[in-house]
Design a protein around this ligand. Structure first.
Ligand code: ZN
Ligand code: FE
Length: 237
């Protein structure tokens, strides 16, 4: 229970992706979640004085795997991703399916299928460390677009996230909070949302990620997690 999570902003000002460098502090074993691009990740690894052993990929889009090959060559690491998207993920070594687990040192990750944004999209869930990497399914105060799947699939994926413990912190694949704030504030004119917005604006003004936010807070503020009726949800798309 000692996973250290370091966000790395990639494609800054263009797509504002996050790669995350995660370190199991018990063993020193480390991994990158969604290697969007190589250079900012390498810089951060040098700053942290680590050599990552793995990349964990959420889905095949280029802005989540752009650094795979260069990082693999540099660190001789192994790339783990969704089995269903194996053929589309550069450098992949191992595909995993829903419910399978993978160890980063002693930190246990579970794969959760979450189709909608892409058909094979997975979440990387570390139950003991109370951390969830949501790729392009869940962002702060908004959700990912539906590119390959259906609204019904996205709905089911979001319900899986909602079913996880409230004290789980989530780590999204992009920093889109600034764009999502206005609509979320319109939907939720209450104290929890105002506190969220104040903190988010403060963090963004310091060029810090809004993540992590707990799922408990997110469920109270993210308009897309608040829709109780699947048919209403589907009308958004
Ligand atoms: Zn994507
Ligand atoms: Fe993306």
């Amino acid at each position: 229970m000692s996973l250290k999570i370091n966000p790395v902003l990639c494609r800054a000002g263009v797509m504002d992706n996050y790669a995350y460098i995660i370190i199991d502090e018990q063993t020193g074993i480390s991994a990158i979640v969604d290697a969007s691009e190589a250079l900012p990740v390498i810089r951060k690894c040098e700053e942290l004085a680590i050599k990552p052993q793995y990349i964990l990929t959420t889905h095949h889009h280029f802005d989540h795997i752009g650094g795979n090959e260069e990082l693999k060559e540099r660190y001789h690491l192994q790339i783990i991703g969704p089995k269903a998207e194996e053929h589309m993920i550069a450098g992949i070594d191992k595909g995993l399916q829903d419910g399978e687990t993978f160890l980063i040192g002693k930190a246990k990750a579970e794969v959760i299928n979450a189709p909608g944004h892409t058909l094979g999209h997975v979440l990387w869930y570390f139950p003991e460390d109370k951390a969830l990497f949501t790729g392009d399914v869940l962002f702060n105060l908004c959700i990912g677009g539906i590119f390959e799947g259906t609204a019904a699939q996205m709905w089911t994926s979001l319900q899986k996230i909602k079913a996880l413990p409230d004290d789980t912190n989530f780590y999204p694949g992009h920093e889109y909070t600034a764009h999502a704030l206005a609509y979320a504030l319109r939907c939720n004119n209450n104290e929890v949302m105002h506190t969220y917005a104040r903190r988010a604006r403060q963090r963004l003004s310091e060029k810090l990620p809004v993540a992590p936010v707990s799922l408990g807070i997110e469920k109270q503020c993210n308009p897309y997690l608040q829709i109780e009726d699947e048919r209403v949800f589907e009308q958004y798309f």
